[in-house]
Design a protein around this ligand. Structure first.
Ligand code: B12
Ligand code: SF4
Length: 565
């Protein structure tokens, strides 16, 4: 009997500092490569599985990395797929590609980094780079990858949307492929294909839609997918139910803006909300949105009904000139007002870029010094009432317009100076000196803002996490009744003022409460928010210190000329 053909998909380990990034601690696999693998996993004669190196509990090699020689000896893969969507993990991808080429496997990579820069991958052990969405391309590629290499090269030229090296070692790009038309028709993404897990996933990613109608200069989403398109609400709902049945409760919708398809979002939220109530399911959703959500009470009510508790919002900057330069399509004043409104209903995680670069021909430039900018950020964090935040340096992501403009002015640092592993927002990977900024100061300020936020500003707070522990002691003793009474009084007054302004949309979905009980519930919510944020602050404070330690170590390794991945 013929042996099945093994296909392995590997999600390469994030870079060292990215692992200490607040996101590095979320145990959630990327959906893209698993979506691709799912399309071929159930083909007859195929045995497919995936390894997520960021959540791996199988045998390890001497460096503590997944032992691919062991995996290969146990179950030899003839085809190896790699997730190339995260630039900071690209050096690891190349090491893996080399290893799997050594095993004799055909190697394929896809994702936004290799999509933009296929050549380096192709010259370092990857046979085929898949551009754009990989699901349909992979189905077409699968039989070709099993052909002998001379025959394969001829046939590859007929597959749209890929790059490979021809016999003369020249890069061949077969042309743009049409985007996937109907996402509903794809085989659902099967995350159980990921094996040898270290720990159970903390959050399950669901991808309903791809693309974005905005075109922010630093982002690659519109470049890779164009305008937003999405699966039907029913399709996304069934995806979610499948994982609830497996015992998962926390979900992250990976759409860059969850509410982009307004009618579909309302329907999806209704489906999830009804399901939660009819089947007594505890489902908690984390979604990414733009601040415009604040302008629709109907959407806010729908999201709450579905169980959305947390919103991630890309505020990017509280400085109008920077927002204009980025083409963010919103002003700082609007951002603050909208965030304040949304914070009444959700926990808000704000994402920021610090010191956005401008160019010789930029129409919008801020004249603030870096210190003045830092002050403006601090004021904004307070005024917008966001709960948690991350501040990063601008990343010149491959494929973005920002990178192209920096390259045009010769300002992207050479890889020998700032390698791909440093593209996680923690490092400055471009030269800010033409704008008159000091690179070290600019690189340090985002970290300082985060440290202040999570650890406090003075020495004791910053170095022993003293402030957070003092708050714990206060909140769990005399602070509790004081806080509760203060929150109750505040809520009661606000409720009195707002009683007449309640919109019909929210009333239709959420039961009306009287002003006394509503103030009680909201005061309790405020207390919970205080506790929750303190918990995150304490945890993030610890993370922040490890991160700084790691950063210092990387810097000294770099100075000594050692590799840092
Ligand atoms: C969800 C998400 C996250 C999640 C989870 C990570 C993940 N990879 O899923 C979290 C919140 C953790 C996260 C964190 C970060 N993220 Co993020 N994230 C996303 C987001 C919004 C959605 C990803 C997704 O699900 N897409 C939908 C799937 C279906 O598309 P896809 O992944 O592109 O996959 C398709 C194709 O690329 C291709 N494909 C992908 N892999 C493969 C493999 C093979 C073999 C083939 C054939 C094809 C193929 O086929 C897939 C299906 O069509 C994207 C933006 C976006 N819309 O893609 C940013 C994005 C991936 N993130 C980005 C960045 C920069 C980050 C951070 C560095 C931000 C920061 N400074 O902290 C961190 C890094 C975290 C870390 N520890 O390293 C960038 C990456 C760009 C880059 N070149 O590095 C993106 C593109 C956004 C942007 N700014 O432009 N992110
Ligand atoms: S940053 Fe967000 S809003 Fe802007 S283009 Fe990217 S996905 Fe769209």
């Amino acid at each position: 009997m013929d042996q099945p053909i093994t296909v392995i998909a590997v999600i390469p380990r994030y870079s060292r500092t990215a692992r200490y990034n607040v996101f590095g601690k979320v145990r959630m696999p990327p959906v893209g490569p698993v979506a691709v693998l799912s399309q071929i996993a159930h083909e007859p004669g195929i045995h497919a599985y995936a390894i997520d190196e960021n959540n791996y509990g199988g045998p390890q090699d001497a460096d503590g990395l997944p032992d691919h020689s062991f995996l290969q000896a146990r179950d030899p893969a003839r085809i190896a797929l790699f997730y190339g969507g995260m630039t900071n993990a690209f050096p690891r991808l190349l090491a893996l590609a080399k290893q799997y080429k050594g095993f004799g496997a055909a190697t394929v990579a896809g994702g936004s980094h290799v999509d933009a820069l296929p050549e380096e991958a192709l010259r370092s052990g990857i046979d085929v780079v898949v551009h754009g969405e990989g699901e349909e391309t992979m189905k077409e590629l699968l039989p070709l990858l099993l052909l002998p290499s001379d025959e394969r090269a001829l046939r590859l030229a007929q597959v749209a949307g890929i790059s490979f090296l021809d016999a003369k070692q020249d890069v061949v790009f077969t042309g743009k492929r049409a985007l996937v038309n109907k996402l509903d028709l794809l085989v659902p993404t099967d995350l159980t294909l990921i094996k040898h897990l270290g720990k159970r996933w903390s959050t399950i990613p669901i991808n309903r839609g791809r693309g974005c109608r905005f075109k922010c200069e630093f982002c690659v989403v519109n470049k890779q997918y164009g305008d937003y398109k999405c699966a039907t609400p029913q399709h996304a709902f069934h995806d979610l139910v499948r994982y609830v049945d497996l015992g998962y409760h926390h979900f992250f919708f990976t759409d860059d803006n969850f509410t982009q398809d307004v009618e579909g979002t309302l329907e999806l939220c209704q489906l999830i909300g009804d399901y939660k109530r009819e089947f007594s399911k505890n489902v908690r959703l984390f979604v990414q949105v733009r601040s415009e959500l604040a302008t629709s009470d109907k959407l806010i009510a729908a999201l709450r009904y579905a169980g959305v508790k947390d919103l991630a919002i890309g505020f990017e900057s509280p400085i109008n000139e920077e927002l204009r330069a980025m083409r963010k399509g919103v002003t700082a004043e609007l951002l603050a007002a909208r965030a304040r409104k949304l914070s009444e209903h959700f926990y808000i995680h704000g994402m920021f870029i610090f010191g956005y670069p401008t160019f010789k021909d930029s129409a919008y430039k801020s004249t603030m010094t870096l210190k003045e900018r830092a002050k403006t950020y601090r004021r904004f964090f307070k005024a917008s009432r966001i709960d948690t935040m991350q501040v990063f340096n601008a990343i010149p992501l491959p494929g973005s317009e920002l990178r192209a403009r920096l390259e045009k002015e010769g300002r992207v640092l050479p890889l020998a100076q700032a390698g791909w592993e440093q593209y996680d927002g923690m490092f400055l990977t471009y030269d800010p000196s033409p704008e008159g900024y000091d690179a070290q100061e600019l690189e340090a300020l985002p970290r300082m803002l985060m440290r202040e936020r999570y650890l406090g500003r003075n020495f004791l707070e910053s170095y022993v996490n003293y402030g957070n522990w003092a708050n714990w002691a206060f909140n769990s003793t005399v602070g509790f009744p004081i806080m509760f009474s203060a929150f109750y009084a505040k809520r009661f007054v606000r409720n009195l003022l707002e009683a007449r302004k309640r919109k019909a949309a929210e009333d239709a979905l959420l039961p009306r409460r009287n002003i006394f009980s509503d103030s009680l519930v909201k005061a309790w919510t405020d207390v919970k928010r205080q506790w929750r944020n303190l918990m995150i602050k304490t945890y993030a404070g610890g993370l922040q210190r490890s991160w700084n330690r790691e950063y210092r170590m990387i810097m000294s390794m770099q100075r000594a000329g050692n590799p840092t991945i």
